[in-house]
Design a protein around this ligand. Structure first.
Ligand SMILES: [Zn+2]
Ligand SMILES: [Zn+2]
Ligand SMILES: [Zn+2]
Ligand SMILES: [Zn+2]
Ligand SMILES: [Zn+2]
Ligand SMILES: [Zn+2]
Ligand SMILES: [Zn+2]
Length: 1752
């Protein structure tokens, strides 16, 4: 192998050549020659292989530099005819910049569109243009680009309004028509033309070159070397893993190199994986091919000669160069376009542009991208050539698409994806349709690629293989192109456009004919079908075509002639289809109620039926247009109306609807899920517009042309219900019929469905053309009915609407008429609520309701009415009148057959018999009667004076049946039913019907004499007067009922299970909980005869109180006693960096890290939290073992993960399911000893000095001799009262001892990330440290939340702190005593210098609260050996005072420089403090010297001390409070002034803290000296370490911008840090530190503890000690991570104007930061609740558990 790239040098031969090379000479020579082409090729042949591809790796920088000098410069010189730096500048001056922005989008860049002004959804703006446009004030939509495509700013066809941004606004003085070439000299044009021709030809030659070992004529290198590349190409078949694995084997590289190769192959489309002689490369190739050919086709690998690769590299460079050069001038751009499109010697389609396009699928990804970009910046930027290019594109369309089908690359890298840039321009699309017959071409190409047909020529899709599915997806992109072409309707039609459109329509009908009747089904009886038939492909096709079909109708609606022709063509097609259906049906005659009709015998339940009827449905759509455009009335002679056979029109749609009814009735159960799914999609919002809706319209169209009795009889017959309703004694059904139960049930459901269908046929009038409505009425009604179900969010409403222009803007126009908006809170989303006045438009039988929707809506509406004290009947709404073409439909309501059916059902209801009748049937009949009555009432009200209302339902309904049966009239039956006890539910409705009947009768009577108008008015008044009284009574009754219900609800609430109740209690957030249950006694301020103090000999002693708690598992009560059964709190210990002031500190080495002293930067801490639930230790142990066993069984069986890791000691609290990983034992509080005379500070210092000496010597004895250092010091006699070898009796019971060990080990294990080791001396340290850290974190939280220090914590945290503190003071009993004593000695040595302790830290490197907690808690081990009567309290106070002084010193040493302007007058009281502060500071300066700046202001110093020390004092108060259980003074339970004094008093401190020092100056002065002379001080002060100043500010999550698009923009320019300038696919922002990461990607995976992890997981370990909070920018989603296996997604803090988040950025509404929600996330973080949140999320949603979080 050749040398690595770094030590490669430019070969000397080239050096000399390079030195001798003159750009100018070369260019001048070229200017002389006649055949420039030959000359340049010669030049390239000589130089290119010397510059490029000389080693295994390409070295772009040096190569590009050489290429610029040797290759590009002469070209530029030639082009300009002078020094390019002057020549190009001249060109630039004359440049007329394009008015098109044309900015090409990078992957992930934000794009904007305007919902109001964009001509179609593909029109987008770049961020810069958007911000300078009018649309930023409109309803815009924001998305992230998938790469490719460009900004449409300046394209007047793309925008209905505001096509230019400020920057691209054209200068009016410029004449746009002017030829850009006018500014150039002919010479210049000629040179430019020459050079572009040669360069483009060269690039095309090389990029389309497919020989591996030779070069095109004229480019053969003068001297050929034997160097080859083994080139690996990208495909979409093999996965990353496969490629990486194969490469490691084939070219013997490391995993890392393989990943890098694979990444490059994926990005650029190819990468050389080996360099060397031919055989060497060939070997690698064969290994790769062999290894990948087993399952699929092998990876593509070529062994290519280095000179070929070199020329290809330069060819890409040349294209870049062209793009760069034309940027200088619009004239150059035009010349390049001309060169590119100039027809070559081979005739048509032989231009260089054609050649590139036609070779597209053969090129590698990188090459395609480069030339596509050049096309975009040249051909697509020049309006003249854009057209010419579009024509070439259309001419080649079929071939390009066919190539694309064979190509396995994604569409974005195919030239076919340029269609969106060409076809969406309306004028261009129309030009291509008329001149290139594009519409027909696209459809033909599409049909050609769908080859699967059945015998009748219909499509028949087989079961998908992956390969077929892949192909099918590709084919669908053609539909996308068709959509682009049709997206904007023509405003003007030329004859040619009509002709070509209709030709296209013909082709389209051919396509639809192949779909009409496809995938037919036959009802399965007896056995279940063996195999679910394939149905998805057909539905995918239908779904994709839905838009096209709608658009074709829209086109037809813009021109009468086109509509008429289209209608004719469609009818012909349908007739053709019908002749193809060889049903062989027998003719039969039906008769009923004195009417008869001829039809055929056909049973849906026995014969083939298909759900796919696109031809019928298109005809239905066109039929409505005939009505809407009034063509049907104006040109009836031109329409083939006479050819229509209404029974034929309705036949197939009716069958389809009957099929749905039968499926509902359960008759098709044996046909399996495929049919259920089809029925589902048939009604679904994605398909229904061109399926269900149109079938209904077709029935309406057919019925409007038929005798209604005939129509109904055919319907009855197809529903297979004819025999029931036609029999003479059908009303006595119950006597006669004795069929089996299933059949009866089926017939009942079918009857219900049929009645519903009749309602829809008569009642669905909200489509313009059917009823007399406006366009927006339809959508208004749709929204209204959605909101009748329940209040909905904007996105839910949008989802419920079909995808058409209504969705974008139509909804916005009408929503406020029907709904009012309710804003969201901190959770949830904004909701639209139905306006109460709109409820009367509610139609229970709305055709788009599913059965579930219907019953939900019914319930909701009845409840609403009840609440308003109204009658709960839901009568039908008043409907708009039909258009004339459909007007006759109302007659269905009063026809004899319908009345017969209504009568029958009512009769059944009067005398119900088991099973043969249903209430829903009755409900529907009542609804139908209501519709009929309203129809009559409407007609009466609207009729003119002469009063010719022919619709007379009231008359017909009062007519009894004819002899001989003499059945009762419908009206009589209704009156009969009114009081039927079994029909109470329908009473209201029947009453309403009868009242309406009465009203109509009055109207008719009055209209006979007086005017109709007054009649209806007075009737109205009458009604309201008498109704008022009734309504009032009702309202009161209703109120009483509601009260009763509420009480009942409360009672049942109380009876709820204990656990549930507690669960909810727990789930309430922090602030809602009041402190006080188990520990309440300790909080209540004691009778304050003396001031309360929590530390020192004077500390208050709370009365002896038994502390009794209840075990949540066995419910037994237990007293907390040292010798009793252990009680434990479920707890969760976690590492934390929440308070870190130094995120750059590398994580500690767990094995050797000494955690004794916490650094004040708090970079890593251990936090302990608890849900506060208490158990017996043995109950807990039994529970945990059970969980463990269950988990083992589950893992064996299912291999599923859980939200907790049992192996790591994790479990869920048995009560609240809170994630826990250990338990803390509850201990009784320590009782102070009696306070006799205690030593002062001086005396104590002496005593402790002696004790320590004694311990030193005792410990030395314990050590094996060999390790003891030689020591000359004599044996120190221990004070008599101090017995070093005295072993105190352990006061704790065995179970408590066991739990002490359990919690200690857990804290040690988690805090240090090590394996448990009960003997490790660091265990107690970790426990003390966790206690201190948790106190600090809680203290910060209280400050941040502005809460008082005491009384505001939920009891779970109080319990947790108490048990932590008491545990800390007891944990030495579980450890080796000398070890703990050793810790104490070392801790104390940081304050009181001890020559025997080495490497004590300097006080600037010690966090004082940690020191305080550790030293106090470790003292127990020393005190246990003291029998002198020395009180623990006294020692604690001395220690506390010492540390407080040390902290003051620490603060003064780190206090920032004085703020100059802040000189303040202070009161007499503060003088003392200020003076003291100054004195202490000056003392420090004498010790430390000039490192400490001079500060004159005592006020400043005292303020520094006071604010700096406050968090420490508050922490200390929390600590001693929980350790000793001394109640806090009431002042600390509130946020009132004077806290300082009270706090100091509680801590037994003087409020002038400096007295601590000055009062004992002689004793403390030497200590001070010792601290200040520590070498660490100077080093830190002079900038040698991290200088933390006090008070430490609380950490916050990073600031986020208000506008989300700013984040998208920021992320779009973020490149992957590992793969050289590549765009990151999932840029993810750490909300803790603000780092942007390249997540979920191979390139940025790293190894962590032996496993591959993604960038986020890796980052959490450094930044958050395993816990992370991220924002996935492209998805607008917050990500919580904990450890490697836990994670969840969380709602982002960004909301749109509708109060909704947009996870996944699918809707694209503008998003703005919601501060409350962000604060909520921040609070979760500060409370250390992220892991718990993840646990709850994973418990609630099991799919989260399966996600591979560690790779994010
Ligand atoms: Zn732009
Ligand atoms: Zn612009
Ligand atoms: Zn706009
Ligand atoms: Zn228990
Ligand atoms: Zn719990
Ligand atoms: Zn971070
Ligand atoms: Zn990356």
């Amino acid at each position: 192998m050749a040398a690595a790239e770094s030590d490669r040098e430019v070969p000397s031969a080239l050096c000399t050549e390079f030195l001798n090379f003159s750009v100018k000479d070369t260019a001048s020579k070229w200017l002389q020659v006649t055949d420039l082409y030959k000359e340049v090729y010669h030049h390239l042949a000589r130089y290119v292989p010397k510059i490029y591809c000389l080693g295994p790796n390409l070295n772009p920088q040096s190569e590009d530099l050489l290429a610029q000098m040797l290759l590009q410069s002469p070209l530029e010189w030639y082009l300009c005819g002078e020094d390019p730096s002057t020549g190009l500048a001249k060109l630039e001056q004359n440049n007329q910049p394009s008015q098109l922005c044309g900015h090409v989008f990078k992957v992930g860049e934000p794009t904007y569109s305007c919902r109001e002004c964009a001509a179609d959804p593909t029109c987008v703006l770049c961020m810069q243009c958007f911000l300078g446009s009018v649309h930023k004030e409109h309803r815009y939509r924001m998305t992230t680009s998938g790469g490719g495509g460009f900004c449409d700013c300046g394209d007047t066809e793309a925008w209905k309004k505001g096509p230019y941004c400020q920057k691209h606004e054209p200068n009016i003085s410029d004449s746009c028509q002017e030829d850009p070439l006018a500014h150039l000299s002919t010479d210049m044009i000629a040179r430019c033309y020459n050079v572009f021709s040669v360069v483009l030809k060269y690039a095309v030659d090389m990029l389309t070159w497919d020989k591996e070992d030779e070069l095109p004529l004229g480019l053969e290198p003068p001297d050929r070397s034997d160097t080859y590349y083994c080139m690996l190409f990208n495909d979409e078949v093999h996965t990353y893993e496969q490629v990486i694995y194969t490469l490691q084997k084939a070219v013997n590289c490391t995993q890392k190199e393989a990943v890098s190769f694979a990444t490059t192959v994926d990005r650029d489309g190819r990468k050389s994986v080996r360099f060397g002689d031919f055989a060497f490369c060939e070997l690698a190739k064969s290994v790769i091919v062999r290894n990948t050919s087993r399952q699929s086709k092998p990876l593509r690998v070529q062994v290519m000669h280095s000179s070929v690769v070199a020329h290809q590299c330069f060819a890409l460079k040349a294209l870049h160069w062209l793009g760069h050069v034309i940027g200088y001038s619009d004239a150059l751009r035009r010349i390049l376009c001309q060169v590119g499109l100039e027809r070559g010697p081979e005739g048509e389609n032989s231009s260089l542009v054609d050649t590139l396009m036609l070779c597209d699928s053969k090129m590698w990804k990188g090459a395609r991208n480069v030339y596509h970009q050049l096309f975009m910046s040249s051909l697509l930027m020049d309006l003249k050539y854009k057209k010419l290019f579009a024509i070439q594109f259309a001419k080649n369309y079929r071939r390009l698409q066919t190539d694309f089908m064979e190509d396995d690359h994604e569409r974005v890298v195919s030239v076919t994806s340029l269609s969106v840039q060409l076809f969406t321009v309306p004028t261009m699309a129309r030009m291509l349709i008329t001149e290139e017959n594009l519409m027909t071409t696209i459809i033909r190409t599409f049909v050609d690629h769908l080859r699967h047909r059945d015998l009748q020529g219909r499509f028949q899709f087989e079961r998908y293989t992956a390969q077929q599915a892949f192909k099918f997806r590709r084919v669908q992109s053609l539909i996308g192109d068709l959509k682009y072409v049709l997206i904007s309707r023509p405003t003007e039609w030329s004859d040619q456009l009509r002709e070509k459109f209709l030709e296209g329509l013909d082709t389209f009908l051919e396509l639809l004919k192949c779909m009409q009747g496809m995938d037919p089904v036959v009802r399965q009886v007896g056995q279940h079908i063996e195999m679910e038939p394939e149905w998805e492909a057909a539905f995918t096709l239908q779904m994709k075509l839905t838009h096209i079909i709608s658009m074709i109708q829209e086109w037809c609606a813009t021109d009468e002639r086109v509509l008429i022709e289209a209608y004719k063509k469609c009818l012909t097609a349908l007739t053709h289809c019908h002749s193809g259906f060889a049903d062989g049906e027998q003719p039969i005659t039906l008769s009923m109620c004195g009417h008869s009709v001829d039809t055929i015998r056909y049973c849906v339940s026995q014969e083939k039926v298909s759900i796919h009827l696109p031809v019928s449905r298109l005809l239905a759509g066109l039929h409505v247009l005939l009505s809407k455009m009034e063509v049907a009335y104006r040109f009836p002679e031109q329409l083939p109306l006479s050819e229509l056979s209404p029974p034929m029109l309705i036949e197939h749609p009716l069958r389809c609807l009957v099929l749905c009814a039968q499926v509902h009735a359960g008759m098709w159960r044996r046909n399996g899920f495929s049919l259920v799914n089809q029925i589902y999609y048939y009604h679904n919002v994605k398909c229904r517009v061109e399926m269900f809706d149109k079938d209904l319209i077709m029935l309406q169209a057919g019925a409007s042309m038929m005798d209604p009795n005939h129509f109904l009889m055919i319907v009855l017959s197809r529903f297979e219900l004819y025999h029931i309703f036609s029999s003479a004694d059908c009303r006595k059904r119950y006597n006669r019929e004795n069929a089996n139960k299933d059949v009866v049930q089926q017939n009942n459901t079918l009857t219900e469905e049929m009645l519903h269908l009749i309602m829809m046929v008569v009642g669905e009038r909200f489509e313009a053309g059917i009823g007399q409505v406006e366009g927006c009425d339809e959508i208004k009604r749709e929204i209204l009915h959605q909101l009748c179900i329940r209040p909905m969010a904007h996105s839910e409403l949008v989802k419920a609407l079909p995808e058409n222009e209504n969705k974008e803007t139509g909804m916005e126009r009408v929503i406020d008429c029907v709904a009012s908006f309710k804003k969201p809170g901190v959770t949830g989303r904004g909701l639209y609520e139905l306006r109460p006045e709109c409820a009367k438009q509610f139609n229970l039988y709305f055709h788009h309701y599913s059965r579930a929707d219907q019953s939900k809506a019914e319930e909701a509406q009845r409840k609403l009415k009840r609440q308003n004290g109204e009658d709960t009947a839901l009568p039908p709404p008043v409907l708009p009148p039909f258009c004339p073409l459909f007007a006759s439909l109302v007659n269905i309501l009063q026809c004899d057959v319908l009345l017969g059916m209504l009568g029958a059902v009512l009769q059944w209801a009067v005398e119900p018999s088991a099973g043969h009748w249903s209430e829903s049937m009755l409900q529907r009949v009542l609804h139908l009667i209501g519709m009929a009555l309203l129809e009559e009432q409407q007609q009466l009200e609207n009729s003119s004076e002469d009063n010719d209302v022919y619709f007379n339902f009231t008359l017909k309904m009062s007519r009894p049946g004819e002899a001989p049966s003499n059945t009762a009239s419908v009206l009589a039956l209704l009156e009969n039913l009114q009081n039927a006890p079994h029909l109470e539910v329908h009473e209201g409705m029947i009453r309403w019907l009868l009242k309406t009947v009465a009203g109509i009768k009055t109207m008719r009577e009055r209209s006979a004499s007086a005017s109709t108008v007054t009649a209806s008015e007075s009737r109205g008044q009458e009604e309201t007067a008498c109704d008022k009284d009734k309504a009032e009574r009702k309202r009161k009754a209703e109120m009483a009922r509601l009260r009763r219900e509420k009480v009942m609800a409360q009672m049942s609430e109380m009876q709820r299970h204990f656990i549930n109740e507690n669960k909810e209690l727990f789930q309430q957030s922090l602030e809602e909980l009041d402190a006080s249950t188990s520990t309440s006694l300790e909080h209540s301020p004691a009778s304050s005869d003396a001031a309360l103090a929590c530390v020192g000999p004077r500390r208050s002693r709370p009365g002896e109180k038994r502390q009794v708690v209840t075990c949540i598992l066995c419910q037994e009560e237990q007293e907390i006693r040292a010798d009793g059964k252990a009680m434990v709190l479920a707890a969760f210990v976690q590492r934390s960096t929440v308070m870190s002031k130094n995120r750059t500190r590398p994580p500690h080495d767990p094995k050797h890290y000494d955690p004794l002293f916490m650094h004040p930067d708090l970079s890593f801490g251990t936090h302990t939290g608890s849900c506060g639930h208490i158990m017996h230790s043995h109950c807990w142990q039994r529970y945990f073992e059970a969980v463990q066993a269950k988990e083992q069984r589950r893992q064996q069986r299912l291999r599923v993960h859980t939200s907790y890791d049992v192996g790591n000691g994790e479990f869920l609290c048995p009560l609240c399911e809170c994630l826990s990983n250990t338990v803390i034992p509850l201990l009784p509080r320590t009782m102070g000893s009696s306070s006799c005379e205690q030593p002062g500070l001086g005396q104590w210092l002496k005593i402790s000095g002696q004790q320590i000496k004694a311990m030193h010597s005792a410990h030395r004895k314990l050590q094996p001799v060999s390790t003891v250092e030689e020591t000359v010091e004599e044996e120190c006699p221990a004070p008599e009262v101090f017995t070093v070898d005295y072993i105190p009796t352990n006061p704790y019971s065995s179970t408590i001892k066991e739990m002490l060990a359990t919690f200690g080990t857990a804290t040690y294990k988690v805090g240090l990330k090590v394996h448990p080791n009960e003997q490790d001396p660091r265990i107690p340290i970790m426990c003390w440290s966790s206690c201190a850290y948790t106190i600090q974190s809680i203290e910060r939280l209280l400050v941040d939340e502005k809460k008082p220090l005491f009384g505001s914590l939920p009891c779970r945290q109080d319990d947790c702190l108490s048990s932590l503190a008491r545990f800390g003071s007891a944990c030495w009993t579980a450890a080796c005593q000398p070890t703990v004593q050793g810790h104490f000695i070392r801790l104390l040595a940081a304050l009181i210098p001890d020559p025997q302790v080495e490497a004590s830290p300097c006080i600037l490197d010690v966090d004082m609260l940690h020191l305080l907690v550790s030293v106090v808690l470790s003292y127990g081990s020393v005190h246990s050996q003291d029998s002198s009567g020395l009180s623990v309290d006294a020692v604690q106070l001395h220690l506390f005072h010492l540390i407080t002084v040390a902290h003051m010193v620490q603060i003064l040493l780190t206090s920032g420089p004085e703020e100059v302007t802040m000189e303040q007058e202070s009161g007499e009281a503060e003088r003392g403090e200020e003076e003291g502060a100054c004195r202490l500071y000056n003392t420090l300066r004498t010790h430390v010297g000039s490192s400490l700046p001079e500060v004159a202001s005592g006020w400043h110093l005292w303020r520094c001390v006071k604010t700096g020390i406050l968090p420490y004092l508050r922490g200390a108060a929390l600590f001693f409070h929980h350790l000793h259980g001394v109640p806090a003074p009431p002042e600390l339970h509130a946020l009132c002034p004077g806290q300082w004094e009270v706090l100091c008093g509680y801590l037994s401190l003087p409020s002038n803290l400096l007295q601590l020092f000055h009062g004992q100056q002689e004793l403390l002065e030497p200590l001070l000296h010792g601290w200040c002379t520590h070498p660490g001080i100077q080093q830190t002060l002079q900038g040698g370490g991290v200088l933390v100043s006090f008070p430490r500010e609380s950490n916050s999550l990073i600031d986020l911008p208000d506008d989300y698009s700013a984040l998208i923009n920021q992320a779009s320019s973020f490149t992957c840090p590992k793969s050289g300038g590549d765009k990151s696919r999932a840029p993810t922002l750490c909300l803790v530190c603000g780092s942007m990461l390249c997540s979920q990607s191979y390139c940025c995976q790293t190894e962590l503890e032996g496993e591959d992890v993604g960038a986020c997981t890796a980052h959490t370990f450094a930044c958050g000690a395993g816990v992370g909070i991220f924002l996935r920018v492209r998805e607008s989603q917050v990500l919580f991570l904990a450890g490697k296996t836990k994670g969840c997604f969380y709602a982002p803090p960004y909301l749109d104007d509708y109060g909704e988040t947009d996870q996944g950025l699918r809707r694209g509404n503008p998003l703005h930061l919601c501060h409350e929600r962000y604060r909520k996330i921040q609070k979760l973080w500060r409370q250390h609740n992220i892991t718990e949140e993840i646990g709850h999320a994973q418990e609630a949603n099991q799919t989260l558990v399966g996600i591979d979080w560690q790779h994010l």
